[in-house]
Design a protein around this ligand. Structure first.
Ligand code: DGY
Length: 322
């Protein structure tokens, strides 16, 4: 009898993904999808060969040092891996994979939703209507920020940043970006590369954050950077909450220095800073960038392709190496 590898699955992933997991693995599952803390993950991983987790689990150095030698691979159901202490994982000889590409389009769609929703006061106007507060059309009511022809600054011109740029060009926006290096990508020949933060910030009529969270990008949006952006800019974040210092953004939204913000992610998720809720110029979503059936299935299948490759002794198609 062939024994299947034992896989700790920390979340209840979409049904088609769970079916494939159970077909190929002896799975330790979390059917009611309760939050698993470190103690539970450590307890359940003692007889696991690999772990399939999500960005909701902090796979930190303490957890990694408590894993048994038997755990040889971690697959994360996310493109971002800031929740994982990568050096600690690699130094224990554990292999790691993530889910690039498959969520690019879905996330870029949500970035445009946030951009338009924030700029055009979608939250406040819809809320007023639903609450029965809209009594007549008025010339000065719900006036947003014009999008067409404006400069969009993209922080992080990887796959998602490029997909946001292509979509925004459809709204005749002029693309500027700040990235570690200049990007040569089809359709983005007119995008302007800014090597420095100093030249980038003043062109951000709109800012879309599409970079990973790192020591370098943490709190990129703070009092200082906001002060260098044009007045009445619009800030969009679909990457990681901590790229924005919430307190600074809230101050700027209150003062009007920032006209509006569209956030799919925020610091300390899922707890939203209550000061945000006082603001009519915030369009906010609960981290749904990758939330389509097709995308979540593709993410799950990509995790499994990597796990299957590992257990078959093949190269991982999406290995995180550093
Ligand atoms: C990702 O894949 O990184 C998304 O933000 C979901 O966590």
């Amino acid at each position: 009898m062939i024994t299947k590898p034992r896989l700790l699955v920390t979340r209840n992933f979409p049904p088609d993904v769970m079916t494939r997991i159970k077909h190929s693995y002896d799975a330790i599952t979390n059917e009611d999808d309760h939050p698993m803390d470190m103690a539970e993950i450590l307890r359940l991983s003692q007889d696991a060969d690999a772990i399939l987790c999500a960005a909701t689990e902090a796979i930190n150095a303490e957890l990694i040092s408590g894993l048994p030698d038997r755990v040889k691979m971690i697959a994360t159901f996310s493109v971002g891996y800031d929740h994982i202490d990568v050096p600690a994982v690699l130094s224990r000889g554990i292999r790691l994979s993530n889910t690039p590409d498959v969520l690019t389009d879905a996330t870029a769609d949500i970035a445009l939703l946030c951009l338009l929703g924030a700029a055009r006061m979608a939250h406040m106007s819809a809320q007023t209507l639903r609450a029965g507060g809209w009594t007549r059309w008025e010339p000065n009511q719900f006036l947003g920020v014009h999008v067409t022809g404006k400069r969009l600054g993209i922080l992080g011109m990887g796959r998602i940043g490029q997909a946001v740029a292509r979509r925004a060009q459809g709204f005749d926006m002029q693309i500027h970006y700040h990235n570690r290096r200049k990007v040569e990508a089809p359709g983005l020949e007119n995008a302007v590369f800014h090597e420095t933060r100093e030249s980038f910030l003043p062109v951000c009529d709109f800012l879309s954050i599409n970079c990973p969270l790192s020591a370098e990008t943490k709190y990129f949006v703070n009092d200082d950077s906001i002060s260098k952006m044009p007045d009445r800019t619009v800030i969009v974040n679909t990457a990681r909450g901590a790229v924005v210092e919430d307190a600074a953004l809230i101050r700027a939204l209150k003062s009007g220095k920032v006209a509006a913000a569209g956030l799919d992610v925020f610091e300390n998720e899922p707890a939203l800073n209550p000061d945000y809720l006082e603001l009519g110029n915030l369009f906010v979503l609960p981290h749904i960038g990758s939330a389509t059936v097709e995308t979540r299935n593709a993410m799950g299948f990509m995790c499994l392709d990597n796990l299957d490759a590992f257990f078959a002794g093949r190269d991982l198609p999406n290995e995180v190496k550093a």
